[in-house]
Design a protein around this ligand. Structure first.
Ligand SMILES: C[S@@+](CC[C@H](N)C(=O)[O-])C[C@H]1O[C@@H](n2cnc3c(N)ncnc32)[C@H](O)[C@@H]1O
Length: 447
């Protein structure tokens, strides 16, 4: 069963149904939202990027609230069952101003230990272990992985390892340093680079060594673009955001497709299937239908993820990738395929905005991940999948990839007994039905 109440971000909602805030702009909202947009219109992905990561007002730039930190690990074995677990969480959420806890935090240290075990079992241990984590949040993953390797890996692997966190938020970067610094010996192996991982210029030279890249619940917060079509047969247009004459209200502007990142994404999805290939009967039916019952279409594109994968494959050609994220989000009010939830927390309860334009730095904007598309984008970015229009001689590199339910991943690599309550209920295995793990490793020379 899929339910928003079963996601980490959504657990408080078991007790309180989220209210949907209508999309009329409030005064404060308007002030920040319209501040993002200058005199010229901007693409939706740039609007989302500012709403989440603006250095001053962005959701992830504020020190508290965006990524929750549990004071101590939950002792699942001491809880009776589901009811006791929910009550425990409800108390924590009520006491804190935290919007939500991610799985790596809720199930610390066991979630990170599962990932560390997957790395130790799969990696070539004769090469010094190098791990990059993108968007490490509170640092729970970094600390959990380093602890596990220190205690369970060969000494030389721990002694020679490096763990580099690439974190866009200065406040979270600081928290990560504090978390990992709790174990002194980790410090010489760990560093945080505070930058946007999708910006090629921050990476320096191409690194030919094999390495790991970990991204937990990062894809859902990467900027997306939006396409709009007037009806079932009109061509897709790119959506831009602009200020109205009153300089306080934001509105959408539709332009013919021109952005190259959007175009590449469309081709990978195969959205622009050539209508001339359709039979004339189908074309006629669609055309009549669009006149009788015209229905505007909207489609969200994970252009931020595509950009990040392109950069990662360019700078780390021998990377192995582990990503986990939501495969599905319930009760999404915003229209369009792969549409996001725009969610904030006020007085202990969650509130969803009815429009992404209302996000103003206190709201999380998160998208479901289409894992089929993620795999295609990964193969495209590695050079293996060629687009129809791609005439380049870029050498393709095949990768071995697999998408697993969180429960399958944790049963294989984790310690499920540690997250089991007394009556056998196991929130990590039983509740995370709408999250998945994606693993992708190079098949070419990894020495
Ligand atoms: C939802 S939080 C997840 C945190 C952590 N991985 C976890 O699971 O608890 C998303 C994280 O990604 C970071 N982030 C988002 N976009 C990023 C980018 N382009 N480069 C580096 N970090 C990014 C955010 O600041 C935040 O730390």
């Amino acid at each position: 069963m899929f339910s928003r109440t079963f996601t980490a971000k959504r657990l408080p909602l078991l007790f309180f149904t989220p209210k949907v805030i209508p999309s009329e702009p409030l005064l404060f909202e308007a002030l920040f939202s319209t501040h993002i947009v200058g005199d010229k219109p901007i693409l939706v992905r740039d609007f989302i990027h500012s709403a989440l990561y603006d250095a001053k007002h962005g959701y992830f730039s504020q020190r508290s609230g965006s990524v929750g930190v549990l004071e101590k690990s939950i002792k699942f074995n001491q809880l009776e069952g589901r009811k006791a677990y929910m009550k425990y969480l409800d108390d924590i959420y009520k006491r804190s101003d935290i919007a939500w806890f991610t799985p790596v935090e809720l199930f610390k240290p066991w979630y990170a230990h599962g990932i560390a075990e997957a790395i130790l079992r799969t990696t070539n241990l004769s090469v010094p272990l190098k791990i990059y984590e993108i968007g490490g949040g509170s640092g729970a993953c970094a600390k959990g992985i380093m602890d596990y390797i220190m205690l369970n890996g060969p000494d030389r692997v721990y002694n020679n390892m490096t763990y580099i966190s690439v974190e866009i938020s200065p406040s979270l970067a600081e928290i990560q340093r504090e978390t990992v610094g709790e174990v002194r010996s980790h410090l010489s192996k760990f560093r945080v680079e505070c930058r946007d991982a999708a910006d090629r210029s921050g990476w320096g030279d191409v690194e030919q060594q094999p390495c790991w890249v970990i991204m937990l619940e990062v894809l859902d917060n990467l900027p997306h673009d939006l396409l709009y079509s007037e009806n079932q047969v009109s061509p897709w247009m790119e959506v831009w955001v602009e200020k109205q004459r009153d300089r306080e209200t934001l509105s959408e502007l539709y332009k013919p497709l021109q952005d190259s990142l959007i175009r590449r994404c469309i081709e990978i999805i195969d959205l622009d299937k050539n209508p001339s290939n359709q039979s004339s009967a189908i074309k006629m039916a669609r055309s009549i239908w669009s006149k009788v019952l015209p229905k505007p279409q909207r489609c969200w594109l994970p252009t931020g993820c595509l950009k990040l994968l392109e950069v990662l494959h360019e700078v780390l050609p021998k990377m192995s990738l582990i990503a986990s994220d939501f495969s599905y989000l319930p009760d999404v009010k915003i229209p369009g395929e792969r549409a996001p939830l725009v969610s904030t927390k006020k007085d202990g309860s969650s509130l969803d905005y009815g429009s992404y334009l209302d996000a103003k730095g206190d709201a999380d904007i998160f998208f479901p991940t289409d894992f089929w598309l993620l795999e295609s984008m990964d193969h495209y970015s590695s050079g293996w999948l060629k687009l129809h229009k791609d005439k380049s001689s870029k050498q393709g590199k095949k990768r071995r990839t697999i998408t697993l339910d969180t429960s399958s991943f944790m049963e294989e690599f984790g310690v499920p007994s540690k997250t089991r309550t007394k009556d056998g209920y196991n929130p990590l295995l039983d509740d995370f039905k709408n999250t998945k793990f994606y693993l992708s490793v190079p098949t070419h020379n990894t020495k």
